[in-house]
Design a protein around this ligand. Structure first.
Ligand code: BTN
Length: 262
């Protein structure tokens, strides 16, 4: 069965040439009863969605635009752990296939050389205290050249191909997206199994290993409030602990904040 090393994730894969957003599509089929582990992959998205209401540039054939329907028995507060775990899975899959050591910017941006190469957007459907299903959306910029990115994100985005060619401009390497997808689904299944076993601590510890945020100066932007400080730690529920310059220690939820390195 298509060379996958998983028992659950990817048992059903829906490929679409072009879709508004794989997250929206996955949500639609989840509402119609799509099974745990169903994967939606598109070649292009016309309205890719990012965190904080942003859009996500998703050119045809250049990247991995994928969403997974998950039906874990967890409370809405635990969803953050799945998202953090997914960033660990993405880091490992990227390293395994390309040899690139990317880092994680809290909560779940994957960065190379300070620029974003992968983003994760988890959206849930919960019935008050239990999660009914969640949609784990992952976007990886794989084979873009720098010219492929829209002007407004050229300074903040990169691709695995651009990054791998940084020291060798003539030989920009292209990667096979299916290799990365296979590995990613495998790593996601490992994380999903850990979550089911309640091994949250393991996931947080692994996240810390790849963190590009801890120990760094950060600027936290929440609604109209901005403060700066040092990112100290991450709690077991995924909140970031920031020792602010005003002396207070604050726990930051990922929901509505943007954290920038300074
Ligand atoms: C972010 O960093 O802002 C999250 C970006 C998430 C992008 C992926 S691409 C596949 C899936 N479908 C979407 O519309 N968004 C996610």
């Amino acid at each position: 069965k298509n060379g996958l090393q998983t028992d659950l994730i990817g048992n059903k894969i829906v490929y679409i040439k072009e879709v508004d957003s794989t997250n929206l599509y996955a949500r639609k089929i989840a509402l119609e009863g799509a099974e745990d582990g169903t994967v939606v992959i598109a070649d292009a998205q016309t309205a890719g969605r990012g965190r904080l209401g942003r859009n996500w540039s998703s050119m045809a054939g250049k990247g991995i635009w994928m969403s997974v329907v998950l039906r874990p028995q967890i409370s809405p507060e635990e969803v953050q752990i799945i998202t953090l775990g997914a960033s660990v899975a993405a880091i490992k899959a990227i390293y395994d296939v390309t040899g690139i050591r990317a880092g994680i910017k809290w909560p779940n941006d994957i960065i190379c050389d300070g620029k974003k190469v992968c983003g994760i957007l988890t959206e849930m459907n919960s019935e008050v205290e239990m999660v009914n299903f969640l949609i784990l959306g992952i976007g990886i910029n794989v084979n873009h050249t720098i010219l492929d990115f829209p002007d407004e994100i050229k300074s903040i985005a990169t691709s695995l191909a651009v990054y791998s060619g940084m020291n060798d401009k003539k030989n920009v390497k292209l990667f096979r997206r299916s290799d990365i997808i296979k590995k990613l689904l495998y790593e996601l299944e490992q994380i999903y199994n850990k979550i089911k076993k309640g091994a949250v601590k393991d996931i947080i510890d692994e996240w810390k290993l790849y963190s590009a945020t801890l120990g760094k100066q950060v600027r936290v932007i929440y609604k109209n409030d901005t403060y700066t400080g040092t990112a100290l730690d991450i709690r077991d529920d995924g909140r970031l602990v920031v020792k602010c310059d005003d002396g207070c220690t604050r726990d930051v939820f990922s929901g509505e904040v943007s954290v920038r390195g300074i």
